[in-house]
Design a protein around this ligand. Structure first.
Ligand code: 13P
Length: 257
């Protein structure tokens, strides 16, 4: 049984006071359901790197886990402006989002670069959330699965079955990010099913069956239930709706049966 996972990707929003306030509000909103939540799902917030300390303090004593939005693959070195896995660990960071489409598109991250980061994260016992997603043009050209599976293979190059226990995959169609137009549950399921099938042919049924595949792209309290009803959708990577305690907590509590 896969434990559901809900991660809030705050992107480059908020300052340290805003981060503290949002965490306080999320904690208050989730408090009443703490036991049921802990039994069935993991909740992560991923603030900007500069706010990790403030966020870690505000999360003290809570079940909510801390994530980072990015990192470099080297432990140290002449990489101006970069942050290494070693620097994330002392804040209690447990998850790291890697290969987000904004990193790929705006900062030129390649599959090979992302693959190095995945390896570095595993080496430091950080759990990578590996993002894949097609653009609108790629979807219209009928290339969705080819693109997604290519990105997946690239990011997981050299990764072995035993290492997959630490890895989560996130399907985020680029055209659905920040647009208010989510992939339909059927569109998302088609891709999630193909991702799981690919993982199965590569790593076997048990490993593929245990790997969580998140959906991201305009997730909201209004569409999360239908998305989670699909067999291969195991949670969500949430952008805009994670910046409000009310919407994020509603998403986290969806289908809390
Ligand atoms: P939105 O939820 O704002 O569409 O962002 C999705 C995303 O990019 C999460 O990583």
């Amino acid at each position: 049984m896969r434990k559901r996972l809900f991660a809030g990707n705050w992107k480059m929003h908020l300052d340290h006071l805003g981060a503290r306030a949002l965490i306080r509000e999320i904690r208050a909103a989730l408090d009443g359901s703490a036991r049921a939540l802990a039994a069935s799902r993991e909740v992560i917030v991923a603030p900007p790197l500069a706010l990790l300390y403030a966020a870690a303090q505000a999360l003290a004593g809570s079940d909510i886990l801390l994530g980072a939005q990015n990192m470099h693959y080297e432990d140290r070195g002449a990489y101006t402006g970069e942050v290494s896995p070693l620097m994330l660990k002392p804040f209690g960071v447990r998850y790291v989002i890697l290969g987000h489409s904004e990193r790929r598109k705006l900062f030129g991250e390649s599959d090979e670069f992302i693959n190095k980061k995945v390896e570095a994260a595993l080496r430091h016992r950080l759990n990578p959330i590996v993002c894949v997603g097609e653009s609108e043009q790629e979807r219209h050209a009928g290339r969705t699965l080819e693109v997604i599976l290519g990105q997946l293979e690239g990011a997981l190059e050299g990764i072995e079955s035993a290492q997959m226990a630490a890895i989560t995959v996130a399907y985020e169609p680029v055209w659905a990010i920040g647009t208010g137009v989510n992939a339909t549950p059927e569109q998302a399921q088609e891709v999630h099913g193909s991702i799981r099938y690919t993982l199965e042919s590569r790593y076997g049924k048990d490993t593929a069956g245990a790997t969580r595949i998140l959906y991201g792209g305009s997730v909201s309290p209004g569409n999360i239930e239908a998305l989670l009803a699909k067999p291969d959708i195991d949670g969500a990577l949430v952008g805009g709706a994670s910046l409000k305690a009310d919407s994020f907590s509603k998403i986290v509590k969806a289908r809390l049966d």
